[in-house]
Design a protein around this ligand. Structure first.
Ligand code: PLP
Length: 417
């Protein structure tokens, strides 16, 4: 067991046992051992109430949205739009038409890259990303830059995994059209200083997209205070259903940008000669949306609000500090990503064992973590590792689970030595 004397984490009051009762999956066993779920950066488990809300909607309230004048359709549309209002309030905008439902962060970034790129990026213009982006915030910008004959610039990071802001200052210019960075890095856990990044971009006349896939489950948000133009999220990483997520976008941007997907529901009028578009958000929501998933997302947001994002952040921060201290004390283990501001993620590399072996052996102990490049190959190259093992915490995790993780890693190292 870990030596408690080396650990100095303050443990805030948090009724984790009550929380865990909401998540039936957490009381299962794997290989006869209690499951320890530490892959929350990939996807979070769902509380029972989210699935129950979707079930009730599907079995008692279901209808299509926006298309009919009968009761089930009206009710369904009302619930769908109420969910949009919940998301808007959660993100910090009073105007729910600034929220577009998409399938998640990947689609949200593709939407912006395509649509913003088509309207605003010209040959010779520049787009800035960072060296610690998920492929979802790298590849769409590479494609758009190739397409528009624009130039992609990259903010480098220091050895802790923090963006080097002096280099960012040098990259920004009158040619910069958009800066696209994550709020929290999925590979390292770095919390980027997004407010400062936005302020500097705006001073240079550039727009800003924040990839919020890893921040929305952990950090209280206020997009208006951040002053960004776009902010993305994924429902399945915030205790909601998969296949649903979204995009906050400043109204003026949604009005100026052309649609990304076209078809039914996004039009004002269609003749064989010409189509005019519906105002946002419908302009960006062609076709029948994932209605039940939207209702489930609304329920997940109610759940997060009831616990309180400040309380969640405080408890998870304490878990992260505790886990960091445990892992720092394991000989032969190197933590990858030691930024001063971090959230949720513990990425590490063992001198003697490949991350895939670590993950497989931990699975035999019932412990679920991720091993691989985490869809962030440029980050792996920067840190000169092929892959890392990554444990990521949620507010339903316990300190004891991190003890178990550390003890199991020690056993694996011993086995390989
Ligand atoms: N951006 C970051 C930082 C992520 O961690 C992820 C998923 O892991 C994504 C984007 C892509 O999210 P999704 O697969 O939900 O579209």
């Amino acid at each position: 067991m870990a030596d408690p004397n080396i650990l100095s984490t303050a443990k805030p009051a948090f009724d984790v046992d009550r929380i865990r009762r909401e998540f039936p999956v957490l009381s299962q066993t794997i290989n006869g051992k209690p499951v320890v779920y530490l892959d929350n950066a990939a996807t979070t488990q769902k509380p029972r109430r989210v699935s129950e809300r979707v079930f009730r909607f599907d079995t008692e309230e279901y209808g299509t949205v926006r298309r009919g004048a009968y009761r089930l359709c009206e009710r369904s549309t009302q619930l769908y739009e109420e969910a949009r209002k919940k998301v808007a309030a959660f993100m910090g905008t009073p105007d729910s038409s600034e929220i577009i439902f998409t399938s998640g962060t990947t689609q949200s970034i593709n939407l912006v890259a395509y649509s913003f790129g088509k309207r605003f990026i010209q040959p010779g213009d520049e787009v800035i990303i960072s060296n610690i982006e998920h492929h979802a915030n790298t590849v769409p910008w590479q494609v758009v830059c190739e397409d528009r004959k624009a130039v992609l610039k990259v903010i480098p990071v220091n050895d802790r995994g923090e963006l080097i802001l002096e280099e960012y200052d040098k990259l920004l210019s009158g040619k910069t059209r958009i800066v696209a960075v994550n709020h929290v890095s999925n590979a390292l856990g770095t919390v980027n200083p997004v407010k400062e990044i936005v302020r500097k971009a705006r001073a240079a006349g550039a727009r800003v997209l924040i990839d919020g896939a890893q921040s929305t489950p952990h950090i209280k948000l206020d997009v208006k205070d951040l002053d960004c133009d776009f902010y993305t999220f994924s429902g399945h990483k915030m205790y909601g259903p998969s296949g649903i997520g979204g995009l906050y976008a400043r109204k003026e941007m949604l009005e100026a940008m052309p649609p990304y997907v076209t078809g039914g529901d996004m039009i004002r009028q269609v003749t064989l000669e010409k189509t005019t578009y519906a105002p946002p958000p419908m302009k960006f929501e062609a076709g029948t949306p994932p209605i039940s998933q939207v209702i489930g997302l609304g329920e997940a947001i109610d759940y997060l609000n009831e616990i309180g994002m400040d309380k969640i952040a405080e408890y998870e921060h304490s878990l992260l500090e505790y886990g960091t201290q445990l892992l720092e004390n394991i000989e032969g283990l190197r933590i990858i990503g030691t930024a001063r501001e971090k959230a949720s993620i513990l990425s590490f590399h063992l001198d003697a064992v490949h991350p895939h072996d670590v993950v497989t052996l931990l699975d035999q102990e019932g412990i679920a973590i991720r091993g691989g490049h985490h869809c962030a190959q440029p980050t792996m190259i920067r840190f000169n590792v092929p892959a890392t093992a990554r444990a990521s915490v949620s507010f339903y995790n316990k300190y004891e689970e991190l003890d178990l993780l550390a003890d199991s890693i020690r056993k694996i190292i011993k086995m390989f030595s």
